[in-house]
Design a protein around this ligand. Structure first.
Ligand code: WT7
Length: 694
């Protein structure tokens, strides 16, 4: 049952943003009228934009928001009814328990209903007359290399692969690992799995072979889908070799995967040059194309699993976040529509890779469920130069552009000329995700990229939440650069103190969510206990996000970043324990402690302190080896910025590493080390400081 306390609270904090006109217009900028400058703290939407927006005013938002928390069942079932259900959910719309004190945490939405997300994303749109609309534009690594599929064509491709997967014995509930770059085959593979009720687990193709092993051993797929190689910028990456190694090394609990479906990505590598294991490896182009282009849908229960996506947590073992079908379908579709003010003529480009949750919910499922035209890009943003993104925007007339703060900061550094030489006239909505966006980057994105015409949706959410949780709705209300603004419909954020007490009004603390939402993760694959411990035990009664957050006097939310052992590098989540365990696996490394440092482009960087095995000297060669150990075990994106040799680590008498001190040393705040009286041996501090620039 929805909490009316929360509404009262929203109303009281709503004095300002929700009562239009009550905001002081002093210093305010009207979107589209004048470029924003540093002093302005409110950016108002342009009246023309708002008039046409799906949510046109703070009042309209409040009306919908209130309904969503007073009557979540009614609110969400109305949206759910837009989709096709083979069998409608019967009794209640959902049941839930988020309170570990009352028993096991269980979240269910639309229970008993039978549907299929692939049918809803493709067949339903074709049946509704959008068959000839472009579903998917593909831009290759090289300018001039491209392709497209209409909804009808995408459906045919998906059906062929689905038939093939069924033919080789993949059944409802079986796992399929997908290790592909941003080719059309990636969303095709995801949708094909969904069509037959198989559970996909996409592994970002930047993960190393060891990471792939870990995931394969955890979800035990029947089939692995990959391609031989991919070009990223001027580099060729041999993905099939990485898969070969992973398959050779996956032994734990796996009756070794006996099928590796490989797409031949000709522009990167020919068949002849690809290493091959006869009997296990099959070329996609040879075996899939012989199957019929129609394929019967497997109707699944709303609570049947759709996918597992691994993400980092506080231990070295990644967590297999499990999302189910019905709630995720409704949530990804509706959040997409509102947070981007989606209209049928939009051309939508999200720069995320399908290997992350952003690619699941907002490259593939959310947009396709809305019948949108999406664009995917195989390459990197600075190839052949830093103008490539805007070249692509102009080429396809992109209207909604969704990216990460790290990309914005890296392009900002290259200079405005790379942006301004393109028109970008088609753009109407911008979005960011992955980490807090600093106001300077926000303003650059707004003024330079968007010509001060496009609202920015700074969407806060997580792998676990399935979809947006706190986000602006374009045109609905004034924005503050750097704030994710207000909760999405049905989401009740609360800020709690150390003891788990909810704090009201202007405050800062730990960000939790009260009551469930349709896109919430249902469990961690194979470990429901870890699910409860991680998300529901820290602050009983609530879902705990792992983020710190503050709420200002106007009720705007400001995410301040992770408060747990997770580092956010370029919007990628990396557990300190994962990096430490990789470092320690090096035979010369005795102990490691990893902390985050600020990084101008990546947001955060990884700083590693290492102690070595007795008698081993620290030198440049070892430094490089340690870094490559992390690359090999996790992936290049997790490589430490700095390896700091520590003859001893600062420990308490009980042997606990004092990371607070390490953070100070890593960020060179040497005058402000803090209280060291709890250390077993305080002399390690000057020793560590002396080695700072070693
Ligand atoms: C963590 C989740 C969900 C998409 C990509 C990352 C941080 C995400 C924002 C934002 C501030 C953000 C949080 C969160 N984060 N979006 N708009 N503002 N921080 O997914 O890998 O599950 O990471 O990313 O710290 O907890 P993820």
């Amino acid at each position: 049952v929805a909490s009316h306390d929360h509404l009262r609270h929203m109303d009281s904090m709503a004095q300002l943003p929700f009562g239009a006109g009550k905001i002081s217009h002093h210093n305010a900028v009207i979107l589209g009228e004048a470029p924003a400058s540093e002093e302005n703290d409110l950016v108002f939407p342009n009246a023309e934009f708002s008039k046409k927006a799906l949510v046109s005013s703070p009042e309209k938002y409040m009306e919908m928001y209130k309904r969503s928390v007073v009557d979540p069942a009614g609110f969400w079932s109305e949206f759910a009814s837009e989709f096709y259900w083979k069998k409608k959910w019967v009794r209640e719309v959902f049941s839930e328990n988020l309170d570990v004190r009352k028993g096991n945490v269980k979240i269910e939405w639309f229970k008993g209903g039978k549907t299929n997300i692939c049918h809803n994303a493709l067949d339903r749109n074709v049946e509704a007359g959008s068959g000839d609309k472009v579903a998917l534009y593909w831009e290759g690594n090289e300018p001039g290399q491209d392709g497209k599929l209409t909804y009808k064509e995408l459906l045919k491709n998906v059906c062929q692969l689905a038939n093939y997967l069924r033919h080789v014995g993949v059944r409802k509930g079986d796992a399929v690992v997908i290790y592909l770059p941003m080719l059309m085959q990636l969303p095709i593979a995801m949708l094909a799995c969904a069509r037959i009720g198989a559970v996909h687990s996409v592994v970002f193709a930047g993960f190393s072979s060891d990471s792939l092993v870990q995931r394969i051993e955890d979800c035990k797929p029947k089939v692995v889908i990959t391609c031989n190689a991919v070009c990223r910028g001027s580099k060729v990456i041999h993905l099939k070799d990485i898969v070969d190694n992973a398959l050779a090394d996956s032994t734990k609990n796996v009756d070794s995967v006996d099928l590796c479906l490989t797409y031949e990505n000709k522009s990167a590598l020919s068949r002849e040059e690809t290493k091959w294991t006869k009997g296990r490896d099959f070329w996609w182009q040879d075996v899939v194309s012989v199957f019929p282009t129609e394929c019967q849908v497997e109707w699944v229960d709303a609570e049947d699993p759709l996918f597992i996506l691994y993400t980092s947590g506080s231990t070295a073992k990644p967590k297999g976040v499990l999302h189910t079908t019905g709630g995720y379908m409704v949530y990804s579709a509706i959040t997409f529509r509102y947070a981007f003010d989606y209209k049928p003529l939009d051309i939508y480009w999200c720069t995320a890779d399908c290997g992350w949750i952003t690619g699941h919910s907002y490259v593939a499922y959310g947009p396709l469920l809305n019948g949108a035209t999406i664009l995917i890009y195989e390459g990197v943003p600075n190839y052949p130069d830093a103008g490539r993104s805007w070249d692509i925007v102009d080429k396809y007339k992109v209207t909604i552009f969704y990216t990460a703060p790290t990309l914005i900061r890296s392009l900002m550094r290259e200079g405005d000329q790379y942006v301004t030489r393109y028109s970008r006239k088609s753009l109407r909505v911008l979005g960011t995700v992955g980490e807090p966006i600093n106001p300077t980057a926000w303003r650059w994105f707004f003024n330079v990229v968007g010509n001060a015409q496009c609202p920015i949706s700074d969407t806060w959410w997580q792998t676990e939440t399935g979809g947006f949780m706190i986000t602006p709705l374009p045109g609905a209300w004034p924005q503050k650069p750097g704030s994710a603004t207000f909760p999405f419909f049905g989401v009740q954020p609360v800020i709690v103190d150390e003891k788990g007490n909810e704090i009201i009004g202007e405050c800062s603390g730990y960000l939790c969510i009260k009551t469930s939402w349709p896109g919430a993760l249902r469990t961690l694959h194979g470990d429901h206990e870890r699910y409860e411990t991680t998300y529901f035990k820290p602050f009983p009664g609530y879902y705990f996000s792992g983020d710190g957050c503050s709420r200002d006097k106007d009720g705007y939310y400001w995410i301040t970043g992770r408060v747990d052992d997770v580092i956010n590098v370029s919007g990628h989540r990396i557990g300190t324990a994962e990096v430490e365990s990789a470092l320690i696996s090096h035979p010369k490394c005795a102990e490691a402690a990893v902390v985050a440092i600020e990084h101008e482009v990546k947001g955060q960087g990884i700083y590693a302190f290492v102690t070595l095995v007795k008698g081993v000297p620290f030198n440049e060669e070892l430094r490089k080896e340690l870094i490559s150990t992390v690359r090999n075990q996790i992936g290049s994106f997790a490589a430490p910025e700095k390896i700091h040799w520590a003859p001893e680590l600062p420990k308490t008498r009980s042997g606990k590493i004092m990371r607070r001190i390490l953070r100070k040393i890593a960020s060179k705040q040497l005058d402000d080390i803090g209280d060291t009286s709890a250390l077993a041996d305080p002399s390690v501090i000057p020793q560590l400081i002396a080695l700072c620039d070693h």
